[in-house]
Design a protein around this ligand. Structure first.
Ligand code: NAD
Length: 328
């Protein structure tokens, strides 16, 4: 009998789940990955990978059997263009898969359950200006979450707390702030701003304009994927049961993001603003005080370094696409 810890990563076919699976396998965990689709750009590192629809309770029961720790990353989600136009689908699918996953974990005697929430739970009324005050964990209430996606996340945070209080299931809850990096969706409508901007610049010629959603003065902070998985792991090892931010606390505007990526690409890029496109809140940044206190750590990889790695990966994908289009 081995004492190797057995882990389930839900959403292991997705961006963060795929990276986390690799990280955990490298650290000696036995990992089962579950998703409704295979990872898109690279084979999974999981010891076992199951294609299951986690909106169904019976599939969640199967997924959590003989598992010690669950990392719940499955969600129906995307960038701002997707979450503003698919609210019913998002809340239906994500509520079903999250409720069924935590209940199945309880029934199967899982020891620890990790839930991935989002900065989208923070109230809109605290994010009305570009020079917004960084968001602290206690700012979540009184609640005014992002319509649809954010409310489902906030509700599930509370479900985790109730499962701990009433059933003794040990839970961890993280609020991610814009995670980006290689192997993330970069086209098709679900991509987030860093990936979309990298793709547009990779496709542009020196001197071209690219389309920017809004006036480009909206602000965000961005966290590189390697820091994200390190933070997830550290939080899972900690004894902190309250929701906690995980992100960078360097806030920049979308215009600045475009300028950084243009420099990485070595192209002069102009901006053409489309103010009819969804922009989300005006400003958002993470207050990392609690992260530093609890984890004795904070994200390490600079935005420039993370964007350079991401840009070069997306540029290679875009060039492959061009090449196959020419040779077909
Ligand atoms: P992602 O879309 O790449 O991964 C989610 C995965 O869930 C996908 O592979 C998808 O196929 C899978 N999934 C969807 N429906 C399913 C179903 N019915 N059954 C099984 N699997 C299903 O997203 P991500 O960026 O890797 O995000 C992971 C988690 O982190 C999500 O909960 C997301 O809401 C949260 N989050 C991400 C960010 C970010 O910036 N990427 C920010 C805040 C929160």
């Amino acid at each position: 009998m081995t004492d190797q810890v057995r882990v389930l990563v839900t959403g292991a076919g997705g961006f963060i789940g795929h990276h986390l699976t690799k990280y955990l396998v490298d650290r000696g965990y036995w990992v089962r990955g579950v998703d409704i689709k295979e990872p898109e750009y690279e084979a999974t590192a999981a010891h076992e990978f199951k294609l299951l629809d986690l909106t169904k309770l019976e599939n969640c029961i199967q997924a959590t059997r003989e598992i010690d720790h669950v990392y719940g990353l499955a969600a129906n989600m995307g960038g701002i263009g997707f979450i503003e136009t698919h609210k019913a689908e998002i809340v239906r699918d994500s509520s079903l898969m999250n409720l069924h996953s935590i209940e199945a974990a309880r029934q199967n005697g899982v020891k620890r359950y990790f839930y991935t929430s989002s900065a989208c739970i923070y109230p809109g009324f605290k994010q009305k200006t570009a020079d917004v005050t960084p968001l602290k964990e206690e700012d979540a209430y009184p609640a005014d979450a992002e319509d649809g996606y954010g409310w489902e996340k906030l509700y599930m945070e509370r479900v985790c707390r109730h499962y701990t209080e009433d059933f003794g299931l040990d839970t961890r809850v993280v609020r991610f702030h814009n995670i980006f990096g290689p192997l993330g969706t970069y086209d098709g409508g679900r991509e987030k701003s860093p990936a979309a901007i990298c793709r547009k610049i990779a496709l542009a010629n020196d001197g071209d304009d690219i389309e920017v959603w809004g006036d480009g003065e909206q602000t965000r902070s961005y966290c590189y994927i390697d820091d994200c998985v390190e933070g997830i792991y550290r939080l899972m090892q900690s004894d902190h049961r309250e929701p906690i931010n995980l992100g960078q606390d360097r806030m920049i505007s979308i215009n600045e993001l475009v300028d950084i990526v243009s420099k990485i690409a070595g192209k002069r890029i102009g901006k053409r603003y489309d103010t009819t496109k969804p922009q989300g809140v005006r400003g958002r940044n993470s207050d990392n005080t609690r992260l530093r206190e609890v984890l004795k750590w904070e994200p390490q990889i600079s935005l420039e370094e993370g964007l350079a790695r991401t840009y070069h990966w997306i540029e290679a994908k875009v060039n492959q696409g061009r090449h196959s289009a020419v040779t077909v």
